[in-house]
Write a protein that binds this ligand. Structure first.
Ligand code: NOJ
Length: 546
């Protein structure tokens, strides 16, 4: 396989550095902790690791608020620790993708501090989105945009003499001011940041809110009657409105691609863009732009066979139209884990976190469905993304003490939306160790729920029937049968509640109905749970056959 083909077929494992493994015992995960545990990921059988941000940051949004794009935050380690991590990963045959956050910086970034200290209209302010307020004395925000974390997307500054000043835009938290991508200095700075990490050997970038960088000229009000994206979608990220998916954003990614192509041909750009329709998302992965985009349409699709078939078809069609690989994803650090999601007895919209007083997921049902969903996903052609801990069948922490919540959504929503802490709990490695082996001390920055003891990696490693074993076996077979490089054909018809397709030699079949169904002829390679005594495929189980 040519070395650059990994960008079309890879299984990428997302490491959330705060919660993967802690080497220094302060309760927060770090880069040496990750390096020490990379062997487990090689054993699992993934091709690449994506690291959520580890840069210098006041951690107002868990590192998605970057104060220095070229350094490692002391809580995570040093640049030398990054180099060591990268070397170890490469020795193990794993690629490393870093997270780039280009829509906004931290308000503690030196350029934002300089902007605050400078006068309106100054070159320093031009790098960010400063505007005068509306109203007689500028007391009203410049437009009606809301932050994705709730509350207004504008914060008013205070002048040196204490009088109220201009406003600045932040599509996320107050501490995450949006860059002005119309500014040439900003464009040059990010090309230099990309080069910095490419020179260090990073294999590519996951690009945060890739569809937000360019805003509509004049920053017009969002028309809530028409652009109902903000209202309809709790995260405001579904892409309609003057702050999302403006055509000119593509020229930025074309320039990044040009830069990447001056390096070896196997570096990757991956778009994070919560965007509909899929035809718009596909524009980010045209031949001269990024290589992949996360498929959130798939993540958002419920446990319904027709809906899953539709999403799979639509995803493949949209990406095929531009010659890009399709990706698949079920969990990440922003959503309730799919074990918990699929255990909820509700067809409503995906919740933004689950609190103790909310209806609780049925773990056994959720796990059964999640395993079936994963085996279905890993049977699809293209690239797949796994979120740390899903290979252990971890649920969200759904009874976390509200006082411990750290996601800014929690307070910005007036304490109504739990936010994303529940899916970010430190991993359980060893069931008998303090902190379940997360680090050398018993400290964990968020408490682990009791259920994590049984699910710790050492309880599952080498254990037949474990979730970890299923992931390992599926990844090995996926590689052996080159499923990532294959193509999908429908054709096996087992009724409305079954998703069934062939990918090369392998038939993948998932029963989402209430009754067992017969399997097609062939040898069963693996299943996500046991077949019935008479060899039928039970509800909420996936089988691979050859
Ligand atoms: C998407 C990231 O995945 C999320 O964690 C973050 O809060 C926002 N972008 C803002 O950077």
């Amino acid at each position: 396989m040519p070395s650059h083909d990994w960008r079309r077929t890879a299984v990428v494992y997302q490491v959330y550095p705060r919660s993967f493994a802690d080497a220094d015992g302060d309760g927060v995960g770090d880069l040496p902790g990750i390096t020490g545990r990379l062997g487990a990921l090689a054993e699992l059988g993934v091709d690449a690791v994506w690291l959520s941000p580890f840069y210098s940051s006041p951690q107002a949004d868990a590192g998605y608020d970057v104060a220095d794009y070229r350094d490692v935050d002391p809580i995570f380690g040093t640049l030398a620790d990054f180099d060591a991590l990268l070397n170890r990963a490469h020795d193990l045959g794993l690629k490393v993708i870093v997270d780039l956050v280009p829509n906004h910086s931290s308000d503690e970034h030196p350029w934002f501090r300089a902007a605050l200290a400078a006068a309106p209209g100054s070159p320093e302010r031009e790098r960010y989105m400063f505007r005068d307020g509306l109203g007689e004395n500028g007391e009203l925000p410049p437009n009606n945009w809301d932050s994705c974390f709730r509350g207004p997307a504008w914060t008013r500054t205070t002048n040196a003499d204490g009088s109220p000043g201009q406003w600045y835009l932040h599509l996320f938290d107050t501490k995450q001011p949006d860059w002005n991508w119309e500014n040439e200095e900003v464009r040059a700075e990010f090309l230099s940041v990309l080069a910095f990490w490419l020179d260090r050997g990073a294999d590519g970038f996951r690009v945060d809110v890739a569809h937000a960088l360019i805003k509509a000229p004049g920053l017009p009000d969002i028309d809530l009657r028409v652009d109902d994206g903000l209202e309809a979608d709790t995260e405001g990220l579904f892409g309609s409105g003057p702050m999302w998916d403006q055509d000119r954003v593509h020229e930025i990614y074309q320039s990044w691609r040009e830069l990447l192509d001056t390096y070896s041909t196997d570096r990757i750009l991956v778009a994070e863009a919560w965007l509909q329709p899929l035809s718009r998302l596909a524009r980010y992965v045209r031949a001269d732009e990024m290589h992949q985009a996360f498929n959130f349409d798939y993540l958002e699709t419920g446990w319904h066979a027709p809906a899953l078939r539709r999403s799979i078809d639509a995803s493949l069609t949209a990406n095929d139209s531009v010659g890009a690989p399709t990706t698949w994803v079920l969990s990440n650090h922003d959503v309730v884990r799919h074990v918990s999601r699929l255990g909820l007895n509700s067809d409503g919209p995906r919740p933004n976190g689950i609190r103790a007083q909310d209806p609780q997921p049925d773990y056994a049902l959720g796990l059964r469905r999640a395993k079936a969903a994963t085996l279905l996903m890993l049977g699809l052609p293209g690239s797949a993304y796994l979120y740390q801990g899903e290979e252990l069948g971890l649920p969200d922490h759904t009874s976390l003490d509200d006082d411990l919540r750290q996601d800014p959504t929690w307070w910005r929503s007036g304490y109504t939306e739990a936010g994303r802490d529940g899916c970010r709990i430190p991993l359980p490695w060893e069931s008998d160790a303090p902190g379940l082996g997360f680090g050398p001390s018993a400290k964990t920055w968020l408490p682990q729920p009791d259920s994590y003891v049984e699910l710790a990696r050492d309880r599952q490693a080498g254990v037949e029937g474990s979730t970890l074993g299923m992931y390992q076996a599926a990844l090995a077979l996926r590689r052996a049968f080159a499923l990532g490089a294959g193509s999908l054909e429908w054709g096996v018809d087992r009724g409305a509640h079954v998703v069934a397709f062939t990918n090369g030699e392998v038939t993948v079949m998932t029963n989402i109905g209430a009754e067992p169904v017969p399997l097609p002829a062939g040898e069963v390679l693996m299943t996500s749970d046991e077949l019935t005594a008479d060899g039928l495929l039970p509800p909420d189980v996936t089988a691979w056959l050859v």
